[in-house]
Ligand binder design. Structure first.
Ligand SMILES: Nc1ncnc2c1ncn2[C@@H]1O[C@H](COP(=O)(O)OP(=O)(O)OP(=O)(O)O)[C@@H](O)[C@H]1O
Ligand SMILES: [Mg+2]
Length: 289
């Protein structure tokens, strides 16, 4: 449940079929950015199923990603990790023929509730992809501002919020003198932090990361891992990774997926040192996958 917080600003996710005041809502701590207090929100999947046409890809999983924690999702290629995170912010349904069933909640907000505005869901549950994907024609500043402009942020606030997001991802010192240079002129690791800044700038509640370091070298990877550790103070983070050392380094808990099922979800240390399921043990000890 959302913790009671009388100081917090109510953020409303508009629903087409509910009158004002009865809309699905989640409270959002104020303000976001540097002063943002703890008080994040959990993702709760119940009996989540996902399909690509006739193919039953995700088979009725129950999965809770606790607030202000990092939850890692591991498993062999094709086990369904990306599909699960895409179901969490309703990106899955963008794929032609794809659909999801069951329930995903952001605390008490039903992400798939009738009439819930998909754009609002994706603002609350942001996503960072495997390959850094800055908008190729945009400057560093405009890349971070892009989401804010879509949400109608006024230009006097815009500068401050872009700068704050760049500071939050540790990029400010590296780019402050070239904010108008193209985003794609940055190194791969910088580009990925730029994409995280773009996500953070709109002040989501949850950040989904699908293999965010797989295109990066070890030094850039370490920077992202340090950043994840800082971001969890303010955000709930779900990270898909093939790198088990990375899961061990960054995640509070780790979930193991196999063939569209969630086999086991436990504190990270338990998954790697004392897994309950023999299939988890075989995977984490490198015996398959
Ligand atoms: N667009 C799609 N159309 C049809 N089937 C798909 C599509 N995307 C994924 N699948 C199938 O769904 C299953 C789960 O795929 P998913 O991409 O979620 O796995 P993954 O665990 O993220 O794998 P990887 O580690 O390789 O990224 C696989 O069998 C895959 O072939
Ligand atoms: Mg994947």
């Amino acid at each position: 449940m959302i913790p009671p917080d009388t100081e917090s600003k109510e953020q409303t996710v508009s629903t087409a079929d509910q009158p004002a005041g009865q809309q699905a809502s989640v409270s959002q701590p104020t303000p976001a950015g540097d002063e943002r207090a703890q008080g994040g929100h959990s993702i709760i999947c119940k009996d989540l199923n996902a399909y690509y046409g006739q193919f039953h890809s995700i088979k009725g999983i129950d999965f809770v990603c606790p607030a202000n924690e990092v939850t890692a999702l591991i498993g062999p290629s094709g086990s369904g990790k990306s599909t699960v995170v895409r179901c969490m912010n309703r990106m899955h349904e963008e794929i032609p023929g794809a659909r999801a069933e069951g329930s995903v909640k952001l605390d008490d907000l039903d992400v798939y509730g009738a009439g819930v505005d998909v754009t609002s869901v994706r603002r609350l549950i942001g996503m960072v992809f495997q390959k850094p994907n800055p908008f190729p024609t945009m400057s560093i500043f405009d890349n971070v501002a892009a989401g804010l402009r879509l949400t109608g942020t006024r230009s006097d606030n815009l500068r401050e919020r872009v700068h704050r997001a760049l500071r939050a991802v540790g990029l400010w010192g590296e780019v402050k003198n070239r904010l108008n240079a193209p985003g794609i002129g940055l190194s791969g690791g910088q580009q990925q932090r730029l994409c995280i800044a773009r996500t953070v700038a709109v002040e989501p509640e949850v950040i989904l990361m699908d293999e965010p370091c797989s295109a990066l070298d070890p030094v850039a990877t370490l920077k992202i891992e340090e950043l994840i550790d800082e971001l969890k103070e303010r955000y709930t983070i779900v990270i898909v990774t093939h790198n088990m050392q990375q899961a061990a380094r960054v995640a509070n808990s780790t979930a193991f997926m196999l063939d569209g099922e969630l086999i086991e979800h436990a504190p990270t240390n338990d998954i790697f040192t004392n897994p309950k399921d023999e299939r988890t043990e075989r995977y984490v000890t490198g015996k398959f996958g």
